[in-house]
Design a protein. Structure first.
Length: 386
């Protein structure tokens, strides 16, 4: 693992870059400002290595940027209508940073702070851990939250991101990763020809301010139907109200119910390079958000955890519903105390498809929702052309 100075903040504090690499030639560069992925280089079917995520060359770009390139966002990703929510009978007002609403944590969310860091492993699957302690009342959120985020680059060309959050009193917590991908490796190329599959039969409509309505709508006969691999740009210019509101796709899809095991959430494939990306999660039920704007050169896939159908005794005390003030989307309401934690895992698996490529993958998690401490990969077998 290579560790180097990326830049310095105006107060002199150093921003450090960590470079994870595997034998297949894949490299991930992460900085401790915002626990941000700045670069992810992957080989295609011809062995050509290209960077497939957007990033900045200096920390100032991340400080001034509003697109959250590669960042860890929180406490609460996505929008909270009017920045207000009720928890245990008490109303909380958050800072406003997106019109009349609050977006991705607030004015100074997790993406705009320097995280504590330590390297965990420099083996064939190198990893680095980032920790941030969010004080009680920060940006208006109740409770002290300690969030640990671990980036792991596996030998299977998989970037795995593990999350663990701990709180000392009831709060809301919904972090996610915010990279923008372009699998062509050139950000002057459009991604509208990328083929996208989303494992979802329904999506959540938004209003003009991009606040989810709380309703579930079937994707059938709408531009939101990606159950079968479809070019992202195939319907993006349709005169559909939801596409008008989002200036393209800026929506949440309700993934099919899971059983706590790792499963595919979405898949993107670039026909020009033969490079595929699988976005996986182990959560029982969650939302996958896609951001793609008209004439777009990148796409962003985010995963949010949901607890709507999880039995109460298996939820670490998670509440199962947020009122409309919290955009009616159910996600990570942490009522754990002391050592009680919430854990999540997101995996980005890159596959270089060749004409004779065969892929067989089995991924299982140890433990169950009630006892799992981190996402553990028990078994994986595969054949891939890299």
């Amino acid at each position: 693992m290579a560790i180097s100075l990326f830049d310095k903040l105006s107060d002199g504090r150093e921003v450090t870059q960590y470079v994870l690499a595997n034998r297949a030639g894949m490299t991930a560069k992460i900085i401790n400002y915002g626990a941000t992925l700045t670069s992810l280089s992957v080989a295609d079917r011809d062995g050509k290595v290209e960077d497939v995520v957007l990033g900045h060359d200096s920390v100032q770009g991340y400080i001034e940027g509003t697109a959250y390139f590669g960042a860890t966002v929180g406490r609460y990703s996505n929008r909270i209508g009017k920045g207000s929510f009720e928890l245990d009978g008490k109303q909380y007002q958050l800072t406003i940073n997106n019109g009349p609403n609050r977006l991705h944590g607030g004015k100074i969310g997790f993406s705009k702070v320097l995280w504590d860091t330590k390297t965990l492993s420099e083996s064939e699957e190198p990893s680095v851990e980032f920790v941030y302690v969010s004080r009680d009342g920060e940006e208006g959120y109740p409770g002290k939250v300690t969030l640990k985020v671990v980036y792991i680059l596996t030998a299977a060309n998989e970037l795995r991101i593990d999350y663990e959050g701990t709180t000392d009193k009831p709060t809301i917590l919904n972090p996610t990763h915010h990279s923008y991908f372009n699998l062509t490796g050139s950000f002057t190329n459009t991604i509208l020809d990328h083929l996208l599959t989303i494992e979802a039969d329904s999506f959540i409509p938004v209003d003009e301010g991009l606040i989810p309505t709380g309703q579930y709508m079937k994707v059938t006969d709408t531009p939101m139907d990606f159950r079968v691999g479809t070019a992202i740009g195939a319907r993006i210019d349709n005169p559909d109200e939801q596409l008008v509101f989002g200036r393209g796709y800026d929506h949440n899809w309700i993934l099919r119910d899971g059983d706590g095991k790792l499963r595919k959430a979405a898949e993107v494939y670039d026909p020009t390079r033969g490079l595929g990306l699988k976005d996986s999660s182990e959560m029982l039920k969650n939302y996958n958000e896609l951001k793609v704007w008209q004439k777009s050169y990148q796409l962003c896939l985010e995963i949010y955890r949901a607890t709507t159908k999880v039995p109460k005794e298996e939820r670490f005390g998670l509440t199962s519903q947020i009122r409309r003030a919290v955009v009616s989307v159910v996600s990570n309401i942490a009522e754990g105390y002391g050592r009680k934690t919430i854990t999540e895992c997101i995996r980005f698996l890159f596959i270089a498809y060749g004409s004779n490529c065969e892929l067989e993958t089995q991924m299982l998690l140890s433990g169950d929702l009630g006892t799992i401490e981190s996402a553990k990969l028990k078994g994986i077998k595969e054949k891939m052309l890299l």
